[in-house]
Design a protein around this ligand. Structure first.
Ligand SMILES: CC(C)(COP(=O)(O)OP(=O)(O)OC[C@H]1O[C@@H](n2cnc3c(N)ncnc32)[C@H](O)[C@@H]1OP(=O)(O)O)[C@@H](O)C(=O)NCCC(=O)NCCS
Length: 435
């Protein structure tokens, strides 16, 4: 493995390690443009993929073959009807494609084997002929019908990196040409991948030549309408926005000709490529110490309204594993906590759902209910069978929306009850048995 660059500082390393738990056991589908396989830094790119695998990220590799088919077509003097798997593929072109792609698969296997990675070329795509489009028979161009996600998951579980070439096989034993970006997206959707990363021949930039760091699906679709846009980038924008709108949280487009681009995009706040995200990208995740200031300021209004108890930085940090944050497009907009009690009186382990909060501007969009459902699931996973929640102003929410009942304060463990009495808040005690 390459040495850590000389410019690497401990802060950089800390920054990188922050992402490791977040990415662990997540599936990343990485799509490489064929042209990159001829670049001098291609070996480095594969090393970076090996780094991802070593961090327990489950990588599926897809590659394109446009550049290789153009080369072979020139060399043989055989014109290709389509080089990117989008248009018609005639009998001569599919022969060129099979030859070029088989060689690429073999080269990739050889290079990844040299990095001591277990890899296997997979036939997990069930395809049909694309058929007749606008009156033209597409011949050997295929359309993906189904992805055998179970087969791919078995490989991933066994630490084998699946490689998917831009070819598919129909039920009659015919080989059909596919577009690699479409392969990446279909596979990612079938596997519910966390990311698709298009490692492209070039990056995406705006009219002023500046890198476009982030695009929403709507912005990516708008950009795809730019006249004379490079076909390769157009494909990334189209398939990237399709992936996001169908449920993949983030799609990245990076310029694979640049050094370190894959790791720099994934392990830095600013990234180096373009991230396409669903318009309303949201997730509930564990709180980090760096979230504490925004948690405190976010909840300030409810503390002032006496709906929430004031919590200090140290109180939150001391129990940080109990806190969860609802994030929308990278910004925390809600929170919930689950504190399990150590005492068990024989009626099942009890936990308290606390600190439920949704920012005013995001209320009434179902986030509160999602946070409670998430907290209940977390409590269940932590071995709790019963939940309480203390609320002064949202008790109806708990009763009517989440199936809690108002209970007597005596249901609380003694120490918690003493604290409750001392607070004088007179909150209602809500109770629920977790099924
Ligand atoms: C309670 C709270 C988390 C709800 O969040 P939310 O994202 O707006 O809730 P949802 O969108 O999931 O649910 C909205 C529904 O709940 C109802 N609801 C919301 N707050 C309510 C309350 N305090 N009392 C009664 N019903 C309430 C809404 O009327 C709406 O009902 P509808 O679907 O019939 O129209 C949010 O209002 C909040 O942060 N409140 C301040 C902090 C607080 O009181 N926390 C509880 C202490 S543990």
């Amino acid at each position: 493995m390459r040495n850590i660059p000389r410019s690497m500082r401990f802060e950089d390393l800390r920054g990188i390690l922050r992402y490791v738990p977040q990415f662990r056991d997540r599936i990343f589908v990485i799509a490489l443009d064929g042209a990159l396989m001829r670049q001098p830094n291609f070996a480095h790119l594969l090393q970076d993929i090996a780094v991802l695998q070593s961090l327990n990220i489950e990588v599926v590799l897809v590659f394109g073959a446009r550049a290789q088919i153009i080369d072979l077509s020139d060399k043989r003097g055989i014109p290709a009807t389509s080089v990117d798997g989008m248009g018609r593929t005639d009998a001569a072109t599919i022969e060129l494609a099979i030859e070029a792609i088989t060689r690429q698969s073999s080269e990739l296997m050889a290079q990844l084997s040299a990095l001591e990675l277990s890899v296997a070329v997979s036939n997990a795509l069930a395809v049909h002929p694309a058929g007749v489009i606008k009156g033209e028979d597409q011949e050997f161009t295929g359309r993906i019908e189904r992805v055998d996600s179970e087969a791919l998951k078995v490989m991933l579980k066994a630490d084998i990196m699946p490689i998917l070439p831009p070819l598919g096989y129909d039920g009659r034993g015919t080989t059909l040409r596919l577009n690699s970006d479409s392969v990446a997206v279909e596979v990612a959707l079938a596997l519910k991948a966390a990311k698709v990363i298009f490692v492209s021949e070039a990056g995406l930039s705006g009219p002023d030549g500046q890198r476009l760091a982030q695009l929403s699906v709507a912005e990516a679709r708008e950009l795809a309408k730019t006249p004379n846009l490079d076909v390769n980038l157009l494909s990334k924008l189209r398939y990237g926005s399709l992936a996001c709108s169908e449920g993949i949280p983030r799609v990245h487009v990076v310029d694979g000709t640049q050094e370190e681009v894959l790791l720099a995009e994934l392990f830095s706040n600013e990234g180096v490529g373009t991230m396409i995200h669903a318009d309303d990208y949201q997730q509930i995740r564990k709180a980090r110490p760096s979230d504490v200031p925004s948690l405190i300021s976010m909840m300030q209004q409810s503390v002032e309204d006496a709906a929430l108890v004031k919590r200090s930085r140290d109180q939150i940090i001391g129990r940080i594993n109990d806190f969860f944050v609802l994030e929308l497009d990278g910004n925390p907009v809600g929170s919930v906590a689950i504190h399990a009690f150590n005492t068990d009186d024989g009626t099942g382990k009890l936990a308290e759902l606390a600190c439920l909060y949704v920012q005013r501007s995001h209320k009434n969009k179902g986030h509160g209910q999602k946070l409670v459902a998430f907290a209940e699931e977390t409590a269940r996973n932590r071995g709790c069978e019963r939940l309480i929640a203390l609320s002064t102003q949202a008790f109806r929410f708990f009763e009517e929306k989440m199936g809690y009942t108002v209970a007597d304060p005596s249901i609380m463990p003694l120490a918690r009850r003493a604290e409750y009495e001392k607070s004088g808040r007179n909150s209602k005690v809500l109770y629920k048995t977790l099924k």
